[in-house]
Design a protein around this ligand. Structure first.
Ligand code: SAH
Ligand code: SF4
Length: 364
């Protein structure tokens, strides 16, 4: 009796189609006894027409619609709360199973960047990062990564119908909660859906993966994935990096930069340039001596340096560098012909800025 009940329960569990890239969707429709081309049709409904109601997918046969109804679902995240910053940045707080995850929409005049999360928490415990303080809970599923994008694009379409026009999502950055390269299997499939012309169809130049430097994973994706790469370097030498980023004790700067060179040698995204992220921490890594060290370190890496004023987090002894120190650091590097930008601080009034994502119910 119990067995029968269990079997019944198992039968009912539907597959979330947002977990599938084209290859997986093809396998799935073949298993349903359908032709492969149906996979493209289904994905186009989901990603191009934003239709998740199988009955409305008008070019599918009634038989296939019924099969999909019985076996599948397009499950979107449960959204708990939306917060809007005075600068227009919007942070969505989602509930995936029992985990709270944050996604941040950052509009400019004509474009907008969506910052997505790849893990619930992070195991790497960088001292300056709120997500690191949270600890690690689990990897997000492909569907949980993808549904953050689907949800926001769909919301913007709905706003448009209400005559509230916000810039479309033009750029995706994997700079939310978690270390994307520690969720490699799912991130690879998610990237395929983000870039695929049957999927979200973003250009590889408009999709950026930020990593703290998981060297074997960078080497693994080199030549297999081609999107813009951002490296959280944050220090000009191993001594400082060991102090602020424990991962450096496993993969030091030398190993990290070698893997970056390897990646770049096989990539054409972002004109073959890596973004070096460098968080500005007062009197830790922000002197002109550090700038000089950084310049030497990066002498044969085609890169642009993105200086990130540190965003304050709770229970941290760090302070953000003064404006003057950031400008001096930047000017030093610019005078040495390096490309340097200073990241704008967006959404800090709603804790949506870099490193401030600690989604928990009590945040609200
Ligand atoms: N785990 C990945 C991606 C998420 S963090 C990584 O570390 O690259 C995205 C960026 O925000 C990283 O460059 C990270 O170092 C930076 N960051 C983390 N905490 C920050 C803070 N409090 N202020 C400013 N930047 C921060
Ligand atoms: Fe993890 Fe990135 Fe935060 Fe470090 S900076 S703790 S790698 S999310």
């Amino acid at each position: 009796m119990l067995k029968k009940k269990k079997l019944k329960k198992k039968k009912k569990k539907k597959i979330n189609l947002l977990n599938f890239n084209l290859i997986k969707m093809k396998d799935f429709v073949l298993k349903l006894g359908e032709k492969k081309f149906r996979a493209v049709q289904i994905m186009e409904w989901i990603y191009k027409k934003h239709c998740i109601n199988f009955n409305k997918m008008s070019n599918l046969s009634n038989n296939l619609k019924k099969k999909l109804e019985n076996t599948s679902i397009v499950k979107l995240p449960k959204y708990i709360k939306k917060k809007k910053s005075s600068d227009g940045t919007i942070k969505w707080n989602f509930l995936f199973k029992t985990e709270f995850i944050e996604t941040v929409y950052i509009p400019e005049k004509k474009r907008a960047t969506l910052c997505i999360s790849s893990q619930a928490g992070c195991i790497l415990k960088c001292g300056f990062c709120a997500t690191g303080q949270l600890g690690y809970t689990r990897n997000l599923l492909v569907s949980e990564i993808i549904s953050q994008i689907w949800f926001v694009i769909n919301k913007l379409n709905q706003y448009k119908l209400k005559k509230l026009i916000l810039p479309s999502v033009t750029n995706i950055v994997m700079m939310g909660m978690g270390e994307p390269l520690l969720n490699l299997k799912n991130i690879i499939i998610a990237i395929d859906i983000i870039l695929g012309n049957y999927g979200f169809n973003f250009s590889k130049n408009k999709v950026t993966l930020s990593t703290s430097g998981i060297v074997p994973a960078i080497n693994k994706i080199a030549g297999k994935i081609d999107i813009s790469l951002a490296i959280s370097l944050h220090a000009p030498n191993d001594h400082i990096r060991n102090m602020i980023m424990p991962i450096n004790k496993i993969y030091n700067i030398n190993l990290l930069l070698s893997s970056v060179k390897n990646y770049l040698s096989k990539s054409t995204a972002n004109r073959g340039i890596v973004t070096i992220e460098y968080v500005m921490l007062l009197k830790i890594n922000d002197s002109l001596h550090h700038a000089k060290e950084l310049m030497h370190l990066l002498k044969d890496i085609p890169c642009k340096i993105n200086l990130i004023p540190w965003n304050p987090i709770k229970n941290s002894h760090y302070q953000c560098s003064t404006h003057k120190r950031i400008i001096n650091f930047s000017n030093y590097l610019k005078n040495k012909n390096l490309i340097v930008t200073i990241r704008k601080n967006r959404g800090s009034d709603i804790n949506a800025a870099c490193g401030q994502l600690i989604s928990k119910k009590h945040v609200y």
